[in-house]
Design a protein around this ligand. Structure first.
Ligand code: SF4
Ligand code: SF4
Length: 264
């Protein structure tokens, strides 16, 4: 009798679907993946829905709607291993920009009847609601990281993690540093490695879409931006408040440069 394959499920919360697409863009590896696991639940890719429980769940997106609060608990109950993947699932995503203001202020700008938009006041990562076994940063995560993470789960190996910054990938690739040589405000020194230093490779600064690295020295980089590049406080707020605005290290740094509210 053929051995039963572990069941893989892919879930979506608030997101742009880009992380799920990075799975579909696996191309050749997708066939190999399908040989190792049963793709049991993946609505973005297939109408086939095999009931849980599931051995591995990949979860994309942030918790930002009232119904998500119950759904994320259900996903956790159904999943032996839960991997949150992508910026939204691991930090709250760009939609977490609303965490810095009253959500009604945004809703009023976009919708005629904002009271009909049932959203939570904040967009939050999956780990804020349920225990998560592994987080893969990136907007979207590098597809090789996704394969490595699933393979590690299947073999009971420790999850892959490179405690390095994008700068290290720049050095490995032989890119000329855009911060030092061109004076561009690059977040590479405080950003988690994983993308292969894509943007500096195209002479662009890193915008931090892989989120804070371990122990990021954000205040040192902010001081460099101010003293060497002449950055203003508002520019520092914007630099740290983008893809990973809600990640504690970037959040604290952006708030440190915010103008205090005017009295009255
Ligand atoms: S370009 Fe950016 S990521 Fe690359 S070495 Fe310079 S500061 Fe680091
Ligand atoms: S260089 Fe920075 S912004 Fe560009 S892909 Fe890598 S982490 Fe994202």
């Amino acid at each position: 009798m053929p051995k039963k394959k572990p069941k893989l499920a892919v879930w979506k919360f608030t997101s742009c679907d880009g992380c799920q697409l990075s799975l579909l863009y696996l191309e050749d590896e997708l066939l190999e993946l399908a040989e190792c696991v049963e793709i049991a639940y993946f609505p973005e890719a297939s109408r086939r829905r095999v009931p849980g429980p599931y051995d591995i769940s990949l979860v994309e997106g942030s918790v930002s709607l009232p119904e998500h609060l119950e759904q994320v608990q259900r996903v956790r109950r159904l999943s032996k291993v839960l991997i949150a993947f992508g910026t939204c699932a691991t930090s709250g995503g760009i939609q977490a920009l609303r965490n810095f203001t009253a959500v009604e202020d945004y809703a009023r700008l976009v919708y005629e009847r904002p009271e009909l938009i049932p959203v939570l006041a904040e967009s939050t990562p999956i780990s804020q609601h349920v225990p998560v076994d592994l987080e893969l940063q990136g907007c979207p995560p590098n597809r090789a990281q996704v394969v490595a993470a699933v393979a590690a789960c299947l073999h009971g190996a420790p999850p892959p993690r490179t405690p390095a910054s994008v700068c290290l990938e720049c050095k490995r690739a032989g890119h000329i540093c855009v911060l030092v040589s061109r004076g561009l405000p690059c977040l590479g020194p405080v950003t988690q490695a994983g993308c292969g230093a894509l943007c500096p490779g195209w002479h662009r600064p890193c915008y931090g879409c892989f989120g804070p690295k371990e122990t990021p020295k954000t205040s040192s980089l902010a001081r460099w931006f101010t003293e060497r590049l002449g950055a203003k406080e508002a520019e520092l707020v914007r630099a740290f408040r983008l893809f990973y605005a809600n990640a504690p290290a970037f959040r604290l740094e952006s708030e440190a440069h915010e103008e205090p509210p005017r009295p009255g």
